[in-house]
Write a protein that binds this ligand. Sequence first.
Ligand code: FES
Length: 88
Amino acid sequence: MPRVEFVGHGWVDATSGQTLLDVCDSYALPMETACGGFAACNSCRVRLVSGSLSALDESEAPFLDRADQRLGCQARVVGECVVAFDPG
Ligand code: FES
C-alpha cells in the first residue's frame, strides 16, 4: 500500500490508482475542488516534491505552469510520494 505525504499534514495510506483528491477526501485533507474533480478549475493544483505520480493527463496541461505541478483530481498514486498543496 503506497503512502503519500502531504507537506504539513503528514503521511497517509493510499491505494494505487487512487487520485490525490480521493486520498484527501478519505483523510479530510484540505484540497480545494471548485469544479468537483473534472479538471476544469485549477483549484486542486499541487506540487510533486518527490516520488512519482501517474503520467500527465492531457486535460491537466492547460492548468500547469511548471513540470512539477499536477491537478490533484487527475494525478493518481503509483507509489510513495510527497506532495505539497502549495503549487509553487
Ligand atoms: S478539482 Fe477542479 S481541476 Fe481539479
